[in-house]
Design a protein around this ligand. Sequence first.
Ligand code: PHE
Length: 355
Amino acid sequence: MSDLTALKTKYAEQIDSADSLQALDDVRVAALGKKGEVSLQMRTLGQMSPEEKKVMGPALNGLKNELADLVEARKSVLEADALNAALASETLDMSLPVDASVGSLHPVMQVMEEMAVIFADMGFAVAEGPDIEDDFHNFTALNFPPGHPARDMHDTFFLKPDADGNKMVLRTHTSPVQIRTMMSQKPPIRIIVPGRTYRCDSDQTHTPMFHQVEGLVIDKTTHMGHLKGCLMDFVSAFFETDVETRFRPHHFPFTEPSAEMDVRYERVGDEIRIGQGDNWMEILGCGMVHPNVLVNCGLDPDEYQGFAFGMGVDRLAMLKYGMPDLRDMFAADGRWLSHYGFSPLLQANLATGLS
Ligand code: PHE
């Protein structure tokens, strides 16, 4: 029996000091393997007297089980150590590099965020719609009858017609999202729609792809005074100064009455100064939603009314941040971006200033 105690002590110590899974397995084989010391002892049971066997049998079995348990316990410890070591040595740093020169926010994104912050503060939610639209949402539901000359003024990009001859379009404005919203939501509605729009046009102040932010408010009592107040508040918040504005009568098929809003500005050399001078620059179209449009969306014009507006984001970015040519905005020139871009780490907010 004292032999067994010695065996146990010997192997327990070896198991405890095994410092790798391989070393541990070597100890296991030496003790419990086919030719291991404990297994050889078990083989001697056959030659023992029944009395001896009664004592040694259970003792040897107990030893075998105890050592096996110790091996398992040590194995778990070694495996956990190996995993922790791998985790520590194979880390991947996925955090954003703090070097802000690595990337910057395009002025269009910056201006869209500034607009969203200002309108969110007035209680507007953000809605979106697809860039590829059908004729119904882009034109018909907005009170452009088929064949109406106003359709041609949009310089529309058409896609190839489908089997039935229907042509999808690249949306020429964000106004189709007015329709999508009124058809899927119950008033009161108060949304802005930032997004890309497309017209076949290119010069210093036009690019074939440009950005608009649409606005739509529908409830039972909203009137033209609310429209003016909302847009005037927007303009002074956006330019972060008092800006003189004027509303000029205009025509859009989907609003009645309709207007365009201008801001006072002056050109000094290459620079445009907002809020002073004798010139007026148009920045948006707006009006009261036309009753036909409400009807097209299943709303009763005797119960509901409201206003809509649509503004050109790129032009507002040009005006606010002094960029002379609209086409540069989408030329993907790294030098232009590093000059006019914004730090991605500074979020526009009304508390610390927009830009
Ligand atoms: N959709 C018009 C445009 O792109 C702008 C607009 C929107 C006018 C909403 C009135 C109301 O020119």
